[in-house]
Design a binder for this molecule. Structure first.
Ligand code: ADP
Ligand code: MG
Length: 243
């Protein structure tokens, strides 16, 4: 079982951004991607999630061996892909609780109704773990949330949706050290032999809390270097001069 990316090429408005990217994230592992700004890290995460702005011009994304090219973004989500955005969108007029409930409802077989009591119980338990105030239940999704509150909310969604493969795009940016620890605890509580993580970050600091199995460096639309956790420490010291 793995999320496997083979020779992926993708463009935005005709400009090539991903230029033959290969990556395999076996279930049970946490892989980190680091790399300079503009190297295509967010593009990679959005292409995997099925964002319409990006056109895949070559290569494949395989979820447990199945090519997901023909799946729409919602189908990819139901198939087990989750993306925590670098810049989470605000959804005015839709409360956090209704949003999560609708997302979970869409995963049930036709005719089956979500158990409201169990849903709230689970949501409150997860919010407690993330040290989120319950007032966020009734507020519109991300509307007027601070940067850190948005990032916690992304992790709440992830915990509720219980995905197979979690993509976290700079979830640590905008978090103070306390919030970082809370978010890392949430992520670590979800680590399991059945679930893989791709963690995009600029900072070694996050990887002190979320220990990666592998670290990859991305530059100009490709993975140019891979290693163990020590690679993140090296990058922190020496930067990307080797590129
Ligand atoms: P990173 O996350 O590594 O900083 P991105 O994937 O955000 O890099 O961006 C890679 C390149 O693709 C950048 O040059 C960026 O301007 C461009 N790009 C990404 N998304 C879009 C978009 N929707 N429209 C135009 N250009 C984009
Ligand atoms: Mg980015």
């Amino acid at each position: 079982m793995s999320l496997t990316i083979e020779n992926l090429h993708a463009t935005v408005d005709g400009t090539p951004i991903l230029k033959g990217l290969n990556l395999e994230i076996p279930a049970g592992e946490v892989h980190a991607i680091m790399g300079p700004n503009g190297s295509g890290k967010s593009t990679l995460s959005k292409v995997i999630a099925g964002h319409d702005d990006y056109e895949v011009t070559g290569g494949r994304v395989l979820l447990d061996g199945v090519d997901i090219a023909d799946l729409e973004v919602d189908e990819r989500s139901r198939a087990g892909i989750f993306l925590a955005f670098q810049y989470p969108a605000e959804v005015p007029g839709v409360s956090n609780a209704n949003f999560l409930r609708a997302a979970l409802q869409s995963r049930l077989p036709k005719g089956e109704e979500i158990d409201a009591v169990a849903f709230y119980k689970q949501m409150y338990a997860r919010m407690d773990e993330l040290e989120m105030d319950r007032k966020f239940t009734g507020r519109a999704v991300n509307e007027g949330f601070s940067g850190g509150e948005k990032k916690r909310n992304e992790i709440l969604q992830m915990m509720m949706l219980d995905p197979r493969y979690c993509l976290l795009d700079e979830t640590d940016s905008g978090l103070d050290i306390d919030a970082l620890q809370v978010v890392a605890k949430g992520v670590n509580s979800m680590r399991s032999p059945n679930r893989g993580f791709l963690v995009i970050t600029h900072y070694q600091r996050l990887l002190d809390y979320i220990k990666p199995d592998k670290v990859h460096v991305m530059a100009d639309g490709r993975i140019v270097k891979s290693g163990g956790p020590e690679l993140a420490l090296e990058l922190e010291k020496s930067g990307y001069d080797f590129l």
